[in-house]
Design a protein around this ligand. Structure first.
Ligand code: XIL
Length: 451
């Protein structure tokens, strides 16, 4: 604004001050609500995603590039979530059995958290990028070594990781719908749930995800097989919170027209969905725009991570699949993504609506966002399927619940996990959360239990 245009010539000083104050008041209100397509549209991917229901827009990060200032300039400006491209894989973290090397992972976590970016941990258990000592193991020895790795790593990063890819790529491609053969699979079909249970125990506040590629097309046998596993886990109480769709639309598979159905169908099982490793061969604007719109149309789609910043950073750099060119310039696909994020949810709600089928004998808790102020917001939760219940709600630190109503709350040691029990005042309870500097995170329901 120029000096001249900021002046209100001829108006008395006090009136001018009052006008400025009320404009500030309006801005404060505008900051708390989403104004699709308004002049206040966000100008970076992360800020824009945050305005869409507290979603994130993230990237894979190669930790050695944190020394490259062109790279970190884009990272710090555009993204509010990171995933270590390789540095938190098994071979990186435990190169020799019993010897952990957390240096690079810690560096990324420090870089991210000091800038308010959320961290996705990738990945605790996987057939690939295993250290040599693990590749040579089998049977109970391998099972125990895998579980020890999960426990040690999730404990080390306890409280710092928003989501863990607990298990990566455990299903076969093609029409079989079978598990992928691997040394881990040969330890017994229950290796996946064992990994999830160990992760939950080590870091009860992290959201635990199953992550895979080629599970984008709803009719593919692999997608259906993963869907049935997640459904089975939910029914049996195996602790799973989310599914990650890698979405490498390159080489073998393209963006499918039924992607939104896939996202909403997983979500209807009562898990969040994440697009975890997006890259698209030649970065067509249309496909990038469609992916964003599909995520925005599904309320449980919490965010999108692209698998690298510049084309030159990509593991498929010959396909130029990312949002920035090798010189760090924004590509057409970048503008398509930002515009789609800023224009809000064109799909107008979930095509396959949650709430979800409760587990037999279970109940369902559904969140309704309430009023938002500059420093805090309200949430209400409605329980169906039971008249006496306990619902576990998880808050992301540094956010803190400051008041509750219509239920009896108890807290875990961290103060981030609230168990709310019915107190006879109906099936809807509510609470106020102080943002404490994090305005994008929102509460999650971990479970609803009858009685
Ligand atoms: C890739 C990395 O980008 C490469 O640098 C590395 O050489 C191989 O792994 N699915 C995953 C990611 O879950 O971990 C992979 O990352 C890409 C495919």
């Amino acid at each position: 604004m120029t000096k001249d245009s900021s002046r209100a010539p001829g108006r008395p000083r006090r009136l001018r001050a009052a006008l400025v104050l009320s404009a500030v008041g309006l801005l404060a209100v505008a900051g708390a609500v989403v104004l699709p397509g308004s002049a206040s549209a966000a100008t970076t991917l992360g800020a824009s995603a945050a305005e869409q229901g507290g979603r994130y827009f993230g990237t894979a990060v190669a930790v050695n590039k944190l020394n490259d200032s062109a790279y970190t300039t884009i990272l710090n400006r555009e993204f509010n979530q990171v995933t270590a491209e390789n540095e938190m894989k098994i071979d990186a973290l435990q190169p020799q059995q019993g010897q952990f090397n957390f240096g690079n992972g810690d560096r990324l976590v420090q870089h991210a958290r000091s800038r308010g970016m959320q961290v996705r941990g990738h990945t605790l258990a996987w057939h690939s990028q295993q250290p040599g000592w693990m590749q040579n193991m089998s049977g109970t020895t391998l099972r125990n070594a895998m579980l020890n790795h999960v426990t040690q790593v999730a404990t080390h990063y306890r409280g710092q990781i928003a989501w863990w890819d607990v298990v990566n790529e455990a299903f076969q491609d093609g029409s079989s719908g079978a598990r992928r053969d691997s040394n881990l699979q040969r330890t017994g079909n229950d290796w996946i749930e064992a990994a999830f249970r160990a992760a939950r125990q080590a870091d009860p506040n992290a959201q635990l995800c199953y992550n895979d590629y080629n599970i984008d097309n709803w009719t593919d046998a692999k997608t259906q097989a993963v869907y049935r596993m997640v459904q089975d886990f939910k029914n049996r109480g195996v602790p799973i919170d989310c599914v990650g769709l890698q979405s490498h639309f390159t080489g073998g598979s393209n963006y499918p027209g039924n992607y939104r159905t896939t996202l909403s169908s997983f979500a209807a099982l009562g898990v969040d969905v994440h697009i975890t490793e997006l890259d698209i061969r030649n970065a067509p604007s249309d496909a990038y725009r469609n992916v964003v719109n599909d995520c925005l149309a599904v309320s449980r789609c919490k965010g999108i991570t692209v698998w690298g910043i510049r084309d030159s950073d990509s593991w498929r750099s010959n396909e130029s699949p990312l949002l920035f060119d090798g010189n760090g310039n924004k590509k057409a696909a970048y503008n398509a993504v930002l515009t789609a994020l800023n224009s809000g949810n064109p799909g107008g709600g979930d095509p396959t609506p949650a709430p979800t089928t409760p587990a037999p004998g279970g109940c369902t808790a559904t969140i309704t966002p309430g009023q938002v102020w500059g420093d805090r917001y309200n949430t209400s939760v409605t329980v169906s399927g039971a008249s006496t219940w306990s619902v576990v709600v998880v808050i992301t630190a540094p956010q803190r619940i400051s008041a509750t109503w219509s239920g009896n709350p108890t807290w875990d040691g961290s103060g981030n996990v609230m168990t709310m029990r019915s107190n006879g005042s109906g099936n809807t309870f509510g609470f106020t959360t102080m943002m404490n500097g994090n305005s994008s995170a929102r509460p999650q329901i971990r479970s609803c239990t009858v009685g």
